[in-house]
Design a protein around this ligand. Structure first.
Ligand code: URA
Length: 433
């Protein structure tokens, strides 16, 4: 087989066979096919697309490119939840302790943030002492004992995705449905879970900008997961606004803790309860209404917060910080951003908010950048709120003052103020089963 012929075939809009797709992924993972040819193929896929069969073959080839995890010594049904990436999305920190409190097991491998989107692993590392690199045997022991553990993705899991993702990131080929499906599901299927709930984000802060594209993505991920024998469900949720009020690592963990204490922002609480209820339904804990009630009870009676505290302690972190979040370090500097005029916030560009947070030091521009855990943004006003000129829209936090001007400018550019109250848009736009 010649890589030239495979690229040409896809460039001409033809369908690739499973054998060809596997040959490319195996050859690329072994270093036998160079980056430039795979980059050309990714661009051909970007323009010509792939059908469901090709996408499934690509997903399974990515899954099989490295080590597969065996969780058979974790007792009970294992569940996972995956978000396609957004701004202010700290749902895993809330949802996973809720479902673990109700007897399902969560052995979660999460990623770091890159670009304008945040990552669960970075957020958890803002807790003093918390380890995200624990050995797999200890990881499984914590899951058996506490119900939940969250660690970083091992380098051996779906290595083809690591290579492909880095290549796509620098060749403008990230936002392609077959490439996203195979990247996310390739990794998820290499882990050993029984049920997977996907939170497919749609809107300016996500990779898919329209509900139709997000639905297409969700349907294929659900279908391919089912073909691999998993119980699957996907929620399509709005990312035209950041989720909750906090953006940035320590700020988001504190907001997640407040949510587990029952004092979280309404949008974040609503989405976390819905995600938890869908996971519990897949785990056959009852019908949706029952699962929703059970999820709410774990917040009201404090068991979900206790589960998070136990997980933090088991992973080396300061448990007391979970009960007393005022112990999280606060940024040395802060600056309020004021409304430039009277009016309603009629819409925001969530990606712009993510970039504004990045400019304060809350994220990375390159993989080598060191994150300022205290940096980020707290939003005092969100879409639909009425402002008077001079009211505080947001507070910026950073341990350095030099990012404030650019961050403030980006945040104001991303905030549209108008005369009329905008129509309220639902947060959960669809459920794909
Ligand atoms: N997240 C991933 O892991 N891969 C993608 O391609 C997009 C989002």
């Amino acid at each position: 087989m010649r890589m030239y012929d495979v690229i040409q075939k896809k460039r001409n809009g033809e369908t690739l066979s499973e054998t060809e797709i596997r040959w490319v992924i195996e050859g690329y993972t072994k270093g036998e096919i160079p980056d430039y040819q795979v980059a050309a193929l990714c661009m051909a896929i970007y323009f010509q697309g792939m059908n469901l069969e090709e996408t499934a073959a690509l997903t399974f080839a990515v899954r099989d490119s490295g080590e597969k995890l065996n969780f058979s010594d974790i007792h009970g049904l294992r569940v996972d939840k995956h978000s396609t990436g957004g701004v202010g999305d700290k749902t895993s920190l809330v949802v996973m302790p809720i479902v673990a409190s109700l007897g399902v097991k969560v052995a979660k491998m999460s990623g770091r943030g890159l670009g304008h989107t945040g990552g669960t692993i970075d957020k958890l590392e803002s807790i003093k002492g918390f380890r995200t690199d624990i050995p797999v045997e200890k990881f499984k022991a914590i899951v058996n004992e506490v119900g939940v553990a969250i660690v970083g993705q091992s380098a051996e899991l779906a290595p083809a995705d690591k290579l492909l993702y880095a290549l796509r990131d620098v060749t403008a080929t990230v936002d392609s449905v077959p490439l996203i499906v195979s990247s996310i599901m390739g990794k998820k299927l290499a882990a050993d879970d029984d049920c997977i709930v996907l939170d497919v984000k749609t809107g300016s802060g996500s990779f898919m900008k329209t509900v139709e594209d997000s639905r297409g993505l969700a349907e294929w991920m659900v279908e391919i997961g089912k073909r691999a024998g998993k119980r699957m469900r996907a929620l399509i949720t709005d990312m035209d606004r950041p989720l909750g009020n906090a953006i940035g690592n320590a700020l988001e963990v504190v907001e997640a803790i407040q949510t587990l204490k029952g004092n979280g922002p309404e949008d974040l609480t609503t989405l976390c309860i819905a995600l938890a209820a869908h996971i519990l339904c897949l785990a056959e804990k009852g019908d949706y209404a029952t699962c929703e009630r059970m999820a709410k009870e774990t917040i009201a009676n404090g068991t979900a917060l206790d589960t998070l505290a136990r997980m933090v302690q088991a992973q080396g972190g300061e448990k007391e910080w979970i009960y007393n979040p005022e112990r999280f370090p606060v940024a040395k500097y802060s600056r309020d951003v004021l409304a430039p005029t009277d009016g309603y916030i009629v819409g925001v560009d969530a990606e712009g908010y993510g970039v504004a947070s990045l400019l304060l030091g809350a994220g990375r521009n390159t993989k080598e950048d060191v994150i300022d855990m205290t940096a980020g943004i707290y939003l005092h006003a969100k879409t639909g709120d009425c402002m008077r000129k001079g009211d505080v829209i947001a507070t910026l936090y950073s341990s350095k003052e030099d990012g404030f001007a650019a961050s403030e400018k980006r945040l104001l550019q991303a905030t549209k103020i108008g005369k009329n109250k905008p129509e309220e848009k639902p947060l959960i736009l669809d459920v794909v089963e």
